[in-house]
Design a protein around this ligand. Sequence first.
Ligand SMILES: Cc1cc2nc3c(=O)[nH]c(=O)nc-3n(C[C@H](O)[C@H](O)[C@H](O)COP(=O)(O)OP(=O)(O)OC[C@H]3O[C@@H](n4cnc5c(N)ncnc54)[C@H](O)[C@@H]3O)c2cc1C
Length: 416
Amino acid sequence: MSHSSSILIVGAGIVGIACAYYLRKAGYRVTVIDQGKLAQGCSHANCGFVCPSHVLPLTEPGAIGTAVASLFRPGSPFRVRPQCRPALWRWMWEFARRCRYSQMIRAAGPIKAILDSSMAEYRRIVAEENLECEWRDQGLMMVLQTKRGLARYEHTDRIMTQEFGVPARKISGADLEEFEPALRPGLAGAFYYESDAQVRPDVLNRNWIARLRELEVEFRENCSFQRLRQRRGRAFAAETTGGEIATDYYLLATGAWSARWEQEWRCRLPVEPGKGYSTTLPQPTIRPTHSMLFPEHRVGVTPFADHCRLGSIMEFAGYDETISPDRIRQLHASARPYLKENPSADGQQTWHGWRPMTWDSLPIIGPSPRLKNAFVATGHNMLGLSMAPATGRLITELIQNRPPHIDAEPYSPERF
Ligand SMILES: Cc1cc2nc3c(=O)[nH]c(=O)nc-3n(C[C@H](O)[C@H](O)[C@H](O)COP(=O)(O)OP(=O)(O)OC[C@H]3O[C@@H](n4cnc5c(N)ncnc54)[C@H](O)[C@@H]3O)c2cc1C
C-alpha cells in the first residue's frame, strides 16, 4: 500500500463517512462527494439504534405471508406500490425464495459478524476521537402488547439464544412499568437487549465529518457522480457535476441509489429503496428512558437528549419523495397502545429516508469483479448505522489487500 494513494468516495452517508475515516487513518488521501448536502440521505433521521441484537434477517419464514396480508390491511407498515419495473419484481422474487429457516440462519451469521465488529469499533472510535453523538448505553427493549405477540417473540428469543448466543433479559408484564415508567400498564412483557446502544444520527454525522475535515479529508457537496471513465479494466477518472476527479481508487457508497450505477461499476447491485419515515418530537413529560421497538406494530421509539423520535414503515414505492400526513399519523397511532403519554405532534419534524435494501438482507462490500480499482459499500438494509464502522474497516483491508478482520466473502458483490 502506498501512503500517498488517493480515493474518491461517492456518497456522504454514514457508510461513506465510516469508510473515509478508516481509509484516512490508513494513510489514503480521501475525497468524498455527495449529490446534495452531506449526510442528508437515509443516515440523517433514522432511529439511531446501534443494535448488535438484530442478527436475524428480514427473510424469515412467514415473512411473505405477513407481507401479502399487510397489502390488504389499511394502515399496514408494509406497502408495495404497483409498478411495472422488472428489477423490483425480480427483487421480490429473490427475497421471497429466501424466506426459509435454513436461509435465515445462514444470513444471520454474517449479519452478526459485522454488527459485533461495528459495536466494538464504535466504542473505540467514540472514546478515542471524543466524538459527541449522544451515545447512550441503555440497551434496546422489544415490548409486546399481547400474550400472542409475547409467545411469538419467545420463539425468536430461543433462536437468538441457542443459535447465536444473543440472549435477552425477559421482563414480565407486571414488572414492565417499574422498569420503564413511560410504558402503559397492561402490556404483555418485554425482551431487553442490554448491550445495544443508541446515538443521535445527525449529531454523529456532523461531528464525524468535522473530525474528518481536521484529518484533511475533502468533502464536496452538491457534486453528483455521473460516469466512471475506464481503460483496460481500471477506472481512471470520475465525471461529476463538479468536474472530473482522478484518483487511484473509487468507492461507491450511494446507499439506495446504488443500482443506478451497476454499469459504471461493472457489477450487479440489486438494491431497492425501502422507504421509511420518522417524526422527531418535543420530549413528552413522561420521558422514555430506553430505546424501544414494538414488534406487533413495527414502530421504534428513541429518546434523545431533548427530543423523542418515532420511526418505522417500509414502502417499496420507488424514489417517491412525498411525506404523507397519514403515514406520520400512523407512527403516532402505532405508539399509542404502548406509551402512557404519546409525544405531542406540535412542532414535530417529519422525515423520510430510503433504506438500501438487498434481497438477501446482507450488505454489498468489496471489489467490483471487473474493475480492479473500484469498490462498493452499499446495501445495508435496515442496519446501515449499526454496520458502518466494520464496513469502513473491511473495505480498507480489502483495498489494502490485507487479511480482513471478518470473513469478507458473504458480502462480496460477486454473489449476485
Ligand atoms: C425510518 C428508518 C429508521 C432506521 N433506523 C435505523 C437504526 O435505528 N439503526 C440502523 O442501524 N439503521 C437504521 N436505518 C437504516 C439506515 O438509516 C441505513 O441503512 C443507512 O443510513 C444507509 O447508509 P448509507 O450511507 O448507505 O446511505 P445514505 O445515508 O442514503 O447515503 C447515501 C448518499 O449517497 C448520495 N448519493 C447518491 N447518489 C449520488 C451520486 N450520483 N453522486 C453523489 N452522491 C450520491 C446521497 O445523496 C446520500 O447522501 C433506518 C432507516 C429508516 C428509513
